[in-house]
Design a protein around this ligand. Structure first.
Ligand code: IPD
Ligand code: CA
Length: 262
């Protein structure tokens, strides 16, 4: 694996956190969780993973800023660079013993994501990319799919839960898209949804109301695999709105057309 020093650092941190999470995941699977219940056990696993990643990354690059799901935002001496980290994306899957979750780490430089790692530790699949150098899964180069007909294509999304305000719009998206495609998947980890678009497994993905740490790394994977990314509402910022569309080059516009229809 030939990457920059920063990428190698991100991979080391993701693997270390991944090992800790796999150990905890085995306990969830065996139901050997604390007396306080699985929810509490999983949030401890999540926090421990972020602690490991932060120790590795901030230890090696103390001047970089930080944005992590568990510990929030911290400015660094270098205002141009920051790590964007989701230590455990797919928490609900993890909690239910479903092996579909990942560690997601991105490096932002001057407002642009330049390096990305999404590590599916349960399957030992490491997705990584650097700006201008392509996207990979382990040693394999990734390309978005070449399908160009909506009716033969599969799309992924996240369906809002727990009364989130984005539910009605997402249901409307599904009502519009499902009749014109081959299926919609909801696997429960945005970072892996984007990695799968990069790997050509899904033709596209969209979601409303997610956070920067859910998608920062995945967006670079898609772009470096030859795909396109954009906001759900034309002209808006993806990170500000938290709403994103990603797809192969053939189907990006057709997918936008369906999702942006009034
Ligand atoms: C969630 C997952 C899910 C997406 C949610 C995210 P978490 O992240 O990525 O697929 O639909 O919007 O919040 O909470 O498991 O880290
Ligand atoms: Ca997440």
């Amino acid at each position: 694996m030939q990457g920059s020093a920063n990428l190698n650092l991100m991979i080391k941190a993701a693997r270390k956190a991944g090992r800790s999470l796999v150990k905890d995941f085995r306990e969830v699977e065996n139901l050997q969780v604390s007396a306080k219940g699985p929810g509490d056990f999983v949030s401890r696993a999540d926090r421990e993973a972020e602690r490991i990643i932060k120790e590795e990354l901030r230890g090696a690059r103390p001047s970089y800023g930080w944005l992590g799901e568990e510990t929030g935002e911290e400015a660094g001496e270098d205002p141009t660079r920051r790590w964007i980290v989701d230590p455990l994306d797919g928490t609900t899957n993890f909690l239910h013993g479903l092996p579909h979750w990942a560690v997601s780490i991105a490096l932002e430089h001057k407002g642009e994501i330049v390096s990305a790692v999404v590590f599916d530790a349960a399957k030992d699949e490491l997705y990584w990319a650097e700006k201008g150098s392509g996207a990979f899964m382990n040693e394999m180069r990734l390309r978005v799919s070449g399908r160009n007909r909506m009716i033969e294509s599969i799309f992924a999304t996240g369906v809002p839960f727990g009364g989130r305000s984005t539910l009605p719009a997402t249901l409307q998206d599904l009502a519009r898209l499902m009749p014109v495609c081959a299926g919609v998947r909801r696997f429960g980890a945005a970072s892996l949804d984007l990695a799968y678009v990069a790997a050509g497994k899904y033709e596209g993905y969209w979601e409303r109301g997610i956070k920067a740490w859910d998608m920062a790394a995945g967006l670079l994977l898609v772009k470096e695999a030859g795909g396109f990314v954009g906001p759900v509402r034309e002209g808006r910022d993806i990170f500000e709105t938290g709403s994103v569309i990603a797809a192969n080059g053939e189907l990006f516009e057709p997918l936008c057309k369906v999702l942006r229809a009034e």
